[in-house]
Design a protein around this ligand. Structure first.
Ligand code: ARG
Length: 278
């Protein structure tokens, strides 16, 4: 009797193990959306970023985090895509999007006429404006006051373009850095007198680093509103799909929730909607 029930138990165990293996295999196949060949599964998207632009995308204990990261997570959930964010860096991000190494760029990228010549952009998801960051006590009150001073910018950003318009394109006083974080470090070290970057980045830095004694200066005449968008290769079919998902995230209250979490105040969603019409 004892022996019999032992065998019965063993058989049940073997069956249980075999069926567990079966579901396990299916499970991992499902996770590999890209090559599962499963018709209703979407491919896994590769998203490129430059994770040195807090609070939008930055590294925290080796993990890419930030407003953009939470925002895209909501958009991808809405659109039903699995995804991976790759920290490719700012300058390499542009060719990576163009040659299809990544499916799109997510990097607080301002939609500009110049970029629209080469890339497609999603509907706007964030309003931004450039600011000047200077050490407290500096005489700088506008962009024109930067004449004769050393100005740090992240290479290839709207900050570089805007300050070149004021100080001249090949002005040797404009110092171009690989990341905005390094440009800010340069000011901390006294290598540059000012940094021109996106308002939210400058304001967050000033707030979180009170001992650096930096302040921000606006210049509405020289710095016009900018809007961030996802950057696609021209003609990408993803644009229409993700525009729809972004609009849903903007309309559902999810955007507001994420925005509140990061910035502590309400976003102006209407401004984004208006910008989308332009
Ligand atoms: N918004 C600015 C631009 O598009 C700066 C973006 C920099 N983003 C970054 N992740 N480094 O030029």
């Amino acid at each position: 009797m004892k022996r019999k029930s032992f065998f019965a138990m063993a058989i049940i165990l073997v069956i249980a193990l075999l069926s567990a293996c079966g579901t396990g295999d299916e499970g991992s196949g499902d996770n590999q959306n890209a090559d599962s060949g499963n018709g209703d599964q979407k491919e896994k998207l590769i998203i490129g970023t430059d994770a040195a632009f807090a609070p939008f995308e930055y590294l925290d204990k080796g993990k890419i985090v930030g407003f953009d990261v939470d925002f895209i997570d909501a958009v991808m959930a809405e659109a039903g895509y699995d995804y991976e964010i790759k920290n490719v860096g700012w300058d390499p991000l542009f060719p990576s999007v163009e040659n299809g190494d990544v499916d799109f760029g997510l990097s607080a990228i301002s939609i500009t006429d110049e970029r629209l010549e080469t890339y497609d952009f999603s509907v706007p998801y964030f309003e931004s404006r450039l600011l000047i960051m200077v050490p407290e006590g500096s005489d700088v009150q506008s962009a024109t006051d930067l004449e004769g001073l050393l100005v740090g910018v992240q290479n290839g950003t709207t900050g570089q373009v805007a300050i070149e318009k004021v100080l001249g394109e090949n002005n040797p006083n404009i110092k171009k850095y690989e990341t905005t974080a390094v440009a800010i470090m340069a000011m901390k070290n006294g290598d540059v007198d000012a940094v021109v970057t996106d308002n939210t980045v400058a304001e967050e830095y000033v707030k979180n680093n009170p001992n650096d004694n930096f302040v921000t200066i606006g210049d509405p005449e020289n710095f016009v509103p900018e809007y961030y968008g996802l950057m696609f290769k021209k003609g990408s079919e993803l644009k229409a799909e993700l525009d729809e998902a972004i609009t849903k995230v903007l309309d559902s209250g999810k955007y507001e929730e994420i925005y509140q979490e990061w910035f502590g105040y309400e976003p102006d969603v209407e401004v984004l909607k208006e910008a989308a019409q332009q």
